[in-house]
Ligand binder design. Structure first.
Ligand SMILES: C[S@@+](CC[C@H](N)C(=O)[O-])C[C@H]1O[C@@H](n2cnc3c(N)ncnc32)[C@H](O)[C@@H]1O
Length: 280
């Protein structure tokens, strides 16, 4: 499907802003997610992909909504325990209940650094954060932790001497095994102060291999192919940190709320995750 005139205008603006090449012919993860959440930051190519995926996996939208609900519960949990700084790695577009919006409901004392490597996602996100001095997005690849941790935006927003929540929500499964995502997680864990937190959600086929296989097959035709990993691998990411009960598990089972629709009617148990704190 070809882009509308408005979409083309946004693309030209973004091309001026960012030098990195964009791939707008294939659906990308950030805008697929946005389409499933009912957002307005997606193109025809993502909407068409979402329709086909939904037809093949009825109820798959619940996976996206459930992950966003897990993000909210974990951020609320950390805010309630005094964490005020968040670095979200692979943030997508910060709308529809994203980290700074969850924080704003509770406090005005917070800061959020969003990071994404998809140029148009970053271009779409910047105007959304224009009026929020406590949040910013940078265009960077999470496989380059130094560039992120030493960025001017990080220096402005994040005090690494104080606890920081590292949010890796639905992002590590976009890294190839050759990227050694576990080593990468360790690098970020080492960079933060005692009392910091690690939140992860990740695709797995440990409970339900069939829907996981279908989802990865669909995503193999996108700009962001996915690699599902065993539940044990996801739990291993938290090693050395203190798990917050109930530990790494199917995300719908992580401190569910009784009125949470996605949990009442879980369709596909293909995302595992949890939260853990760095010992003081
Ligand atoms: C499915 S979205 C998840 C968005 C958000 N974390 C959430 O859970 O709501 C995954 C995001 O990770 C980004 N991403 C994938 N690989 C990345 C990388 N190597 N560095 C930075 N961002 C990456 C994608 O561009 C996309 O925006």
């Amino acid at each position: 499907m070809s882009p509308t005139e408005n979409e083309e205008h946004t693309m030209v603006d973004a091309q001026r802003l960012l030098s990195r090449e964009m791939d707008i012919d294939r659906p990308c993860a950030a805008r697929i997610y946005d389409a499933f959440l009912g957002g307005g930051h997606n193109f025809g190519v993502e909407r068409e992909f979402a329709e086909r995926l939904q037809a093949a996996m009825p109820g798959v939208a619940g996976v996206f909504r459930e992950n966003r609900a897990f993000l909210r519960r974990t951020v609320e949990h950390l805010l309630a325990r005094g964490v005020r700084q968040f670095v979200e790695l692979g943030s997508g577009i910060p709308t529809i209940g994203h980290v700074h919006e969850v924080a704003l409901r509770r406090t005005r004392r917070f800061s959020v650094l969003y990071v994404d490597n998809e140029p148009l996602t970053v271009a779409h996100s910047r105007p959304l954060l224009d009026d929020e001095p406590r949040a910013a997005i940078i265009h960077a690849d999470i496989r380059e932790p130094e560039a992120i941790l030493r960025s001017p935006e990080a220096a402005d927003l994040i005090d690494f001497e104080q606890p920081v929540a590292l949010v890796m929500s639905a992002v590590l499964h976009f890294l190839d095994d050759a990227d050694d995502p576990l080593r990468l997680v360790r690098t970020y864990q080492d960079a933060v102060a005692p009392g910091s937190a690690l939140m992860i959600s990740h695709l797995t086929g440990s409970e339900e291999p069939e829907p996981m296989n279908l989802l990865t097959a669909f995503y193999s035709e996108t700009a962001d192919p996915m690699v599902a990993r065993p539940a044990e691998w996801i739990a291993e990411c938290f090693a050395g940190f203190e798990p917050q009960a109930p530990g790494a598990c199917y995300i719908g089972d992580w401190r569910p709320e009784p009125d949470q629709p996605a949990h009442r009617h879980p369709r596909y148990r293909i995302m595992h995750g949890g939260v853990a704190r760095k010992p003081r």
